[in-house]
Design a protein around this ligand. Structure first.
Ligand code: HEM
Length: 224
């Protein structure tokens, strides 16, 4: 009769086996595309509510912040579980955060503002939450263009890692943008802020208790 530790260890090995399979990446890709396809379906079938344009750009904003948090969760997940295989999904998830942020920006600038660059420029300067959103888009764009392997090699690992630490700034910026924009219910952005703080804490050198716990449960077997 296997002990709990052995059972957890077997389950962990099974998960790692799945994560190594070739179909994982395409499946995650399709799942990540899901919110965009769902939005297209809602738009085409007239299910975007009384203010479809606002529903569209707000929806893409929600998807952008969600994917940013998911991408930020990859490293803590690897550290806690030892699933090194999840790291190969990180770049794609980060690019999806940028993709949804771009859709958010384009639907706002195009559908809401009719690509009136003067009005958009005034918005960026006058409405602080939009200034913050713009800064976040710029960071995400810098991370996206430097994500291909050839660029990583060209930049050198150290410089690349330093630049990519900005992803946390992007995370905090996105939460701030959301927080500054809401008028009544501040709970959703505060929940994202809590998630972000937890993810950041999990990146710190693992506290001995947590390390002992993950070793004891057989969740991971190497050094963290
Ligand atoms: C130039 C860049 C950006 C512009 C112009 C912009 C603009 C806006 C606007 C106009 C709103 C809705 C305000 C309202 O309806 O009263 C909004 C909401 C939001 N934005 Fe952005 N944004 C930008 C970047 C970002 C980025 C990079 C993210 C996330 C990574 C983001 C996430 C959100 C979220 C989560 C909301 C709230 C959605 C909701 O109400 O459910 N935005 N943004």
């Amino acid at each position: 009769m296997p002990t709990t530790k052995q059972r957890l260890s077997q389950a962990n090995a099974r998960w790692r086996g799945w994560l190594r399979q070739g179909w994982v990446k395409p499946v995650v890709f399709l799942a990540a595309l899901g919110p965009a396809l769902w939005m297209v379906y809602r738009g085409v079938s007239g299910h975007l509510g009384a203010n479809p344009i606002q529903a569209l750009y707000r929806g893409f904003g929600d998807d952008a912040i969600l994917f940013l948090m998911i991408a930020l969760g990859v490293t803590p997940l690897r550290r806690l579980t030892g699933w090194v295989e999840v790291v190969r999904l990180r770049r794609m998830l980060g690019l999806f955060a940028f993709f949804y942020a771009l859709l958010h920006l384009v639907s706002y600038a195009g559908l809401d503002q009719g690509f009136d660059w003067q009005a958009i420029g005034t918005d960026i300067l006058k409405r602080r939450y939009i200034t913050v959103g713009m800064a976040v888009i710029v960071i995400l764009a810098a991370l996206a263009v430097t994500s291909p392997k050839a660029v990583v090699r060209w930049m050198g690992g150290k410089r690349w890692r330093t630049l990519h630490r900005l992803v946390y700034l992007a995370g905090f910026g996105a939460v701030l943008h959301y927080f500054m924009m809401v008028k009544a219910d501040t709970r959703p952005p505060l929940e994202y802020a809590a998630v972000l703080l937890i993810l950041l804490a999990l990146r710190l050198p693992v506290p001995p208790l947590l390390k002992r716990l993950s070793m004891k449960t057989g969740l991971r077997s190497g050094n963290i």
